[in-house]
Design a protein around this ligand. Sequence first.
Ligand code: HEC
Length: 122
Amino acid sequence: MRYPKAAAVAAATLLLTPVALAEGDPARGEKVYERCEGCHSIERDRIGPRHQGVVGRKAASIAGFAYSPAMKASGLTWDEATLDRFLEGPTKLVPGTRMGFAGVPEERDRADLIAYLKQSGG
Ligand code: HEC
């Protein structure tokens, strides 16, 4: 198959251009995740819902987990942007959430954490 040259060049440029967003470090994120482990694990529901596949998942979508009405009504889908906002201030993004956690104040910690959650997506 033959591609027009301009398209090939554009594709190559895309591959070579560094990602503009600050990419998190999943290894560091695993350490930050220790702050969540009082309530969460990747594989199973605890006080909070499991995090397997959370990036790309609709909020409140783990069957059988007792979410708050606020989380069920949030209409959110967890992606990098919504997770970043939620983790910065859970009750700011979802007033009435049952997640009793103040938040992760450092932007870099949040980026690393999200990279870790993506990696352990499954
Ligand atoms: C004190 C316990 C607690 C801690 C600590 C905690 N969470 Fe939660 N988390 C919860 C609970 C409970 C819910 C369900 C909230 C609801 O239904 O309103 C939740 C929900 C979530 C959700 C939404 C999941 C879904 O299926 O919609 C995400 C994402 C999340 N937590 C991430 C984190 C991360 C990342 C950390 C660590 C930085 C963390 N949480 C720390 C208790 C906690």
